[in-house]
Design a protein around this ligand. Structure first.
Ligand code: KG4
Ligand code: ZN
Length: 374
């Protein structure tokens, strides 16, 4: 058995986890900084970094305690070294180096986006621990390659073909805003609250009728940015359409947001919830989900993917999960909701598979804020 300690500090969660054999979670500690950043309506890098400094040692200690693990049991330490905020990443990377040096165990640098993908194979203790003593672990699911990954987070919207563990072919990415960033900005425009993704989802759910249907009149049905012939995404036009609707105009043609738009968005956020906020949010969410699902399925067909996997914070979105499951022509993997957003179990999982291949880092590992996958 191989036990990996995972460490994650790429943005605004200070996280540490203990995972067995790359799949079996023994502990998963996430100290979120949501409250700290809420009043600014977004992550303030300097504050995030300082909070990581305060939280990292308690997070690691709690991860070991929750796992009932001693330091002697830890075989390796894995850490996100990019992409993310430099001042945040550096806290986790330095903590991981300290562990590697002090305990003389291998250090494995992990691309944060690869971590999100590996959340798909994680299984929680209550589901893997044997029901009776002496029984083997209950099995975690395994991927089918080639696996098409839709990675949608606060900073990324990517379509990546995973041919095997650690082998990625990049197919497409966002040309402007990431999907999560669009959710966050739309929530701000509509005065729905921070963080944006969950608050947009909540507003839309409250709009459903007793049969679960979403009554959306024509004015709230937004033009989908398909970018046909490519596997790229673009979401800034949808954001502009939302802004127009919020200001009382129609959704208009899809285009680029103006500087005036950003100022108006900030003013709107100050004013509290928009009277038609839920309807506009619903039009936006339906459009984003339609595009994410439609383009993922097209790409899966183009490359002959055996399976589709969702990853990243936006994969927590209820509507995205249900539409993808309903429309995909192949089986779909989706992490548990709480494993979609940033955590360290996913980093430990990815670390285990790299460790298996002898793919370790030196103690000179540095942060790479713009690191890419593939
Ligand atoms: O992966 P993540 O935790 O952090 C990054 O690596 O960026 O993703 C955070 C993003 C945020 O933009 C957040 O609004 C979005 O994921 N998100 C959601 C939902 N939960 C989180 N977006 C849509 N629906 C959700 N339920
Ligand atoms: Zn993330």
């Amino acid at each position: 058995m191989t036990v990996v300690l995972g460490i994650e500090t790429s943005c605004d969660e200070t996280a540490a986890a203990v995972v067995e054999d790359g799949r079996y979670i023994r502990s998963n500690v996430v100290f979120t900084q949501e409250e700290l950043h809420r009043r600014f309506g977004g992550v303030v890098p300097e504050l995030a970094s300082r909070e990581h400094v305060l939280g990292i040692v308690p997070a690691v200690e709690k991860a070991l305690a929750d796992a009932g693990a001693t330091w002697d049991e830890i075989d390796a330490v894995a850490v996100s070294y990019g992409p993310g905020l430099a001042g945040s990443l550096v806290v986790g990377v330095n903590a991981a180096k300290a562990v590697a040096l002090a305990r003389a165990v291998p250090l494995v640098g992990i691309n944060h986006l690869e971590g999100h993908v590996y959340a798909n194979w994680l299984i929680k203790p209550e589901r893997w621990r044997p029901l009776h003593e002496g029984e083997p672990r209950r099995e975690a699911r395994a991927p089918l390659f080639p696996l098409l990954c839709l990675i949608v987070s606060g900073g990324h919207s990517e379509l990546v073909l995973m041919k095997d563990h650690g082998e990625y072919q990049h197919l497409g990415r966002t040309r402007d805003d990431a999907a999560g960033e669009a959710f966050d900005k739309v929530a701000r425009i509509l005065g729905l609250g921070y963080p944006g993704g969950p608050s947009v989802q909540r507003a839309v759910e409250q709009l459903r009728d007793s049969q679960g249907r979403l009554p959306l009149t024509k004015e709230y049905q937004l033009t989908r940015p398909w970018l046909r012939g490519t596997h790229d995404f673009s979401f800034s036009g949808l954001k502009t359409a939302v802004l127009r609707l919020a200001q009382g105009g129609d959704s208009g043609p899809v285009g680029n947001p103006s500087r005036h738009g950003a100022v108006a968005a900030a003013a709107a956020a100050e004013a509290g919830p928009h009277p038609h906020g839920a309807q506009i949010a619903a039009g936006f969410q339906e459009a984003v989900v339609d595009v994410l699902v439609g383009k993922t399925i097209q790409a899966a067909q183009d490359v002959g993917a055996a399976q589709i996997a969702l990853a990243g914070g936006v994969a927590a979105n209820k509507r995205l999960r249900e539409v993808m499951l309903a429309r995909a022509p192949v089986s779909v993997l989706i992490p548990d909701v709480d494993l979609c957003t940033d955590n360290a179990a996913m980093v430990a999982a990815a670390g285990y598979f790299r460790l298996q291949r002898g793919d370790c880092s030196g103690l000179d590992l540095d942060v790479k804020p713009n690191l890419r996958l593939a």
